[in-house]
Ligand binder design. Sequence first.
Ligand code: ADP
Ligand code: MG
Length: 685
Amino acid sequence: MESLSNISVFNEEQLKALYKKGIKDVQDLLYYFPRKYVDRSQLLDLKTSRVGDVVTFIGIVSGNEVKYGKKRRLIVTCLTQDVKIELIFFQAIPYYQKLLKPDIHAAFSGKIDMFHGSINILHPEVEILSGDELMHMGKIIPIYRITDGMRNNFLTNRIIRSAVRKTLDLYSSRIVDYLLPHDLIKNNLMTLDAALENIHFPKEMQDVENSRRRLAFDELLIFAVIMYEKKIKRRSLKKSQPLNITKKKEWASIIQQNLPFKLTFDQEKAISTLHELAYKPYPFGALLQGDVGSGKTLVALLCALEYLEEGIQVAVMAPTEILARQHYLNFINYISDLPFLQMDLLTGSEKASEKKAKLDRIKRGDTLFIIGTHALIQEKTEFASLGLVIIDEQHRFGVEQRDTLRGKGIMPDLLAMSATPIPRSLTLTLYGDLESIILSEKPPGRMPIDTRLFNEEDLPNLYRGIKKYVDMGRQAYIVYPLIEESEKITWASVMTDYHYLEQEIFQGYRLGLLHGKLSSEEKDRAMEKFKQGVIQILVTTTVVEVGVDVPNATVMMIRNAEKFGLSQLHQLRGRVGRGQHQSFCIMVKSDRITSEGEERLKSMVESEDGFYLAQKDFEIRGSGELLNTRQSGISEFKIADLRYHSELAVMAHNMVEDKIELRQKIMSMKNWKSLIKKGFILFDN
Ligand code: ADP
Ligand code: MG
């Protein structure tokens, strides 16, 4: 790659400082994008600006003076369109005094204030612009991130700008676009050289948007290729324990015949897709997404039975003990009609001797069906013939944890399940290597859940309502966002409120407490009692969030609802509405709620569609809240943001299949993360 010394702008020390920042050659420099822009045409319009507005303007310093009053301060006066503005600094006075000398041009941004009839700005952000440079610049000026290391070597914005300018002049015509003109036109994308020109030196702010779109596409395409190759690679592998298609299997149909309900169309479709995948010679990876209550567990079970009937081990991993136990009990119930099938629950909280016996059975292959928590991926856990791995609530696990469990078998199949549906663009991007299966329809006959938003003043009324339903034989959850009251955070806390509720509000009712700090036995006991109806009102934190199934519970009250994300709220709401009685989701907001929080809670009232809410959540809070993106790789993107570029992700996904050469090119680069960082360009020589 072309060396930075070719552009002869930097001295040795500066080159070293840039090297430290990861800017090692001209390509790195071209991909060192501005952190923001100053628009010179953005004139300070005093007619429409008010005190408190944040403004950016370019001004010429006319003088500076240190004043000694109550506090020492530097007052810099500057002129912009003949208006005098005072810039006031209390800190770093010597620095600014030296920097802001008369006749200096600079861009200032900050909050407008008025004092004794003159306009001033306290500690504005300052970008020095040199006069002769300005003559050659467009009206929009790029501002780069200048690190201390750079600043110490006099690497100013001005120098970076001129270096980038020179690089573009020298190399632009030699940038080879890996996308064909046809692809560019079809997808409405700029050429790569144009994108690089425009992200550094835009004529209009719209140019920045357009070039970001192009550069985001490159990142998404690289990622799509990686995912695609992963999928292809998996398809070239051979399963160690292929299922035998000629052996007739009956277990799944026995269970289906005994079901008290009919499978939904989506469930049928999912089961037949999984059936097809199971008989492929390669180990499949599938992601089963379905809203809360869409019946994923049964789909997983019916798939698992094909393996179990052939004597192949199946492991189901759930994120909490409560959930693992629930699956275990649930499955016991289902398989009671089958010939004997050894099943074990492994949670790590069993007695040492009991645990050892279970581990031995699993290792010998005596137990075929293993349900558990993270205990499944501990080193000590060994499987005889693990052929299918099922991961429930997979977004609660990291990529590594999923891979560890798969590593316990020799190329087992993977079925990952998620009740937090994510937008399609995200699925394609993050799980592009997996087959996507979706349950969009819920079993019929479910009544909508009456969802409403209240203030804390309404609590006495709401408590009366809860009593009414409990008196009718129903049960209720009261969920809190925190376990203990800390000094700083004063949200209602489950610990302190529990005693109050028990002694003052719900006297004579049976309350139970469930939170993450309890031991697993205590948790199980509380949950079990709630299931049996011994506990009528369960006061809890989000430990109940995932998968818990108590059909008689019809009231879900959520305190400080603004503290939860939409997906989480939807999960909580999914704990009720599981039986034949009308259910309620009562969200109680505190008066500290923001307008964004208010908006979020309103969408809960408006919709019960998990896919819609996930999309909303994503738009409001980004992907980080929705899934473990930190481990997923999309945090490597410099520009692509799936909130805004979802359509590009779909385009990239659709493009990879028939771009064989491009895939080879990308795969030949050793590290895709550095490829994203450095950008994907090829210079012709
Ligand atoms: P989730 O998809 O949230 O994991 P579950 O698998 O826990 O949902 O299913 C929720 C409830 O719906 C369970 O009680 C299950 O027995 C029931 N169920 C599953 N499939 C159907 C169906 N086709 N018709 C009616 N009820 C069903
Ligand atoms: Mg579930």
